[in-house]
Design a protein around this ligand. Structure first.
Ligand code: ZN
Ligand code: ZN
Length: 65
């Protein structure tokens, strides 16, 4: 039993060009394909108007975390 979980769930395709950035004001991530936000974290944070430095989604590619 050597379970190694490698997350390869999003391979960039031509469709990725259509993706918009996260709707969270502070977030610079790309939104999920089927969502206005990059993550449920941003969706919740925006909805609750949580204010803090940066968006806090924690994504390594986010410029504002
Ligand atoms: Zn972010
Ligand atoms: Zn976000």
């Amino acid at each position: 039993m050597s379970a190694v979980n490698i997350m390869v769930d999003e391979i960039p395709t031509a469709a990725s060009l259509e993706r918009k950035t996260c709707a969270h004001e502070e977030c610079s991530c790309l939104a999920a394909i089927d969502n206005d936000y990059c993550d449920s974290y941003c969706e919740t944070a925006q909805d609750q108007h949580q204010s803090r430095d940066g968006c806090g989604c924690g994504h390594p590619d986010c410029a504002n975390c």
